[in-house]
Design a protein around this ligand. Structure first.
Ligand SMILES: N[C@@H](CCC(=O)N[C@@H](CS)C(=O)NCC(=O)O)C(=O)O
Length: 220
């Protein structure tokens, strides 16, 4: 049984979203986004830096959301996925672009994460308008690159929806909290298309207090 350690709306949303797209059974450990919870020795034994996501598959532990996406693709991807094939293996003509977008997702997310720190965690008196302005500009620039990519086809890869739309799609979702990019019409349309996916909707927000669905998910 796969187990996912997750905090709502954090990078772990990527892992939750791909599990939902693949229709795999998994156990969900939802943690509070607090130092008490993320630095608890029991969690540090699973995720050494105390970060989410972390996926456990039997004796295998995988941290880093990009690695989790690649791991699930390499071990569990199938033509029979409810959403079609998500992975692009070595030798696939889209492999290089798939890898680029998988890692580009984090280039985007670091700007979002910096803005989370500035606007949420850093006390008002210590916030830096310069850092916020710079990070917002760099986030918009990174969205412009996605905008150009999705101008020609609905998803990042010409062949259609794949795991990199989950990786980058989360970063676009994060960006919506901090910058207005409605002038980037292609990426705005792309985000609306991703948002409409039932698996995206199921990966939003908290599941605490909800009954496990399909009999295959549990909550801490
Ligand atoms: N590059 C890592 C980043 C993981 C990460 O920093 N996750 C954040 C949530 S978005 C976290 O757990 N933060 C807790 C902390 O900084 O202590 C990934 O993609 O998994």
């Amino acid at each position: 049984m796969l187990s996912l350690y997750h905090c709502p709306e954090a990078r772990s949303m990527r892992a939750l979203w791909i599990l939902e797209e693949m229709g795999l059974p998994f156990e969900l450990h939802e943690l509070d986004f607090s130092m008490a919870s993320l630095r608890d020795p029991a969690f540090l034994a699973v995720s050494p830096l105390g970060r989410v996501p972390c996926l456990v598959d039997g004796d295998t532990r995988v941290f880093e959301s990009g690695a989790i996406i690649q791991y699930l693709g390499e071990h569990y991807d199938s033509e029979a996925n409810p959403c079609g094939r998500l992975h692009r293996a070595p030798g696939d003509r889209e492999r290089t672009d798939w890898l680029i977008w998988l890692h580009y997702a984090e280039t985007m997310a670091v700007h979002g994460a910096s803005l989370v720190q500035q606007r949420v965690f850093v006390g008002k008196e210590n916030r830096s308008p310069v850092v916020q302005k710079l990070e917002s500009k760099r986030l918009i620039k990174s969205l412009e690159v996605v905008d150009s990519a999705v101008a020609q086809h609905p998803y990042l890869l010409p062949s259609g929806f794949s795991a990199v739309d989950i990786a980058v799609g989360y970063s676009v979702h994060l960006a919506t909290s901090f910058v207005d990019f409605t002038h980037l019409t292609h990426v705005s349309r792309y985000y609306e298309t991703l948002r409409a996916r039932p698996a995206f909707q199921r990966s939003l927000g908290s599941r605490k207090g909800q009954a496990p669905s399909q009999g295959n998910r549990t909550h801490d």
